[in-house]
Design a protein around this ligand. Structure first.
Ligand code: G3P
Length: 225
């Protein structure tokens, strides 16, 4: 499962790329708002860091067809061809996805809470569908099961569309995506480090070090013996 960073904080993105294998960055209007800066200034900085060939996902704000189309054109022209235009899957959004695909844009169909939305987005030609796992739980449904249904629909229909699972609040939700065989997942830094931060592991590593020091001396390693 490809791992994408869900952030517009360049420091957090750099840290994720330093320690992990990351294959792109996703943003949304709420994430961009947290930066308090001009969105294009932030996005250009991210693009420069990840490189022109990496996937960058940027969402439109408009809710009308003409507005979505115009925003898509500006986003792609400023940020390059490997920028996927995130379009929320509404009735108007589907019309825009269909038209944008015909013009050759890369599309991430977002704000997906149901398998029906994902099915229609795949039919419209979206490259990615982004189901919101945790937010689906928030409204009383089973987020992992919905992604499993979506994956089955995509497989059964032989769609080229891939899952880009989003919205996670805990480690189990993320690893469940890998288990299902989701193509990719985008994870916010707050949740991302929970995948590896584990006091039990740290304690084990510390105990190994101390045991070795009883054989040698404090601070000694395999370089010193
Ligand atoms: O890209 C969508 C994702 O960031 C939503 O996450 O945590 O706001 O539900 P969240």
């Amino acid at each position: 499962m490809k791992f994408i960073v869900d952030s517009a904080d360049i420091g957090q993105i750099r840290e994720a790329y330093e320690y992990l294998v990351c294959e792109g960055v996703t943003t949304n209007p709420s994430i961009l708002a947290k930066s308090g800066r001009n969105p294009y200034e932030v996005l250009k900085e991210i693009r420069a860091f990840i490189g022109k060939d990496a996937d960058l996902h940027v969402q439109v704000i408009s809710t009308d067809y003409d507005g979505i189309m115009a925003e898509a054109e500006k986003i792609a022209s400023v940020l390059g061809k490997n920028t996927f235009i995130k379009v929320p899957v509404t009735k108007v959004g589907l019309k825009a996805i269909k038209a944008l695909k015909a013009k050759g844009y890369g599309i991430t169909a977002t704000a997906i809470y149901t398998s029906a939305q994902a099915y229609l987005a795949a039919q419209a030609g979206a490259d990615f569908v982004a189901p919101y796992v945790n937010r689906i739980y928030d409204i009383g449904n089973d987020g992992v099961a919905v992604v499993e249904q979506i994956q089955n629909i995509l497989d059964a229909g032989n769609y080229k569309t891939k899952v880009l699972a989003a919205s996670f609040k805990n480690v189990g939700q993320v690893t469940a995506m890998a288990e299902i065989g989701a193509y990719s997942a985008t994870v916010q830094p707050e949740v991302l480090w929970k995948l590896i931060n584990n006091p039990t592991v740290d304690a084990a590593v510390e105990a190994f070090k101390k045991d070795f020091e009883t054989l040698t001396a404090k601070g000694k390693t395999m370089l010193d013996v």
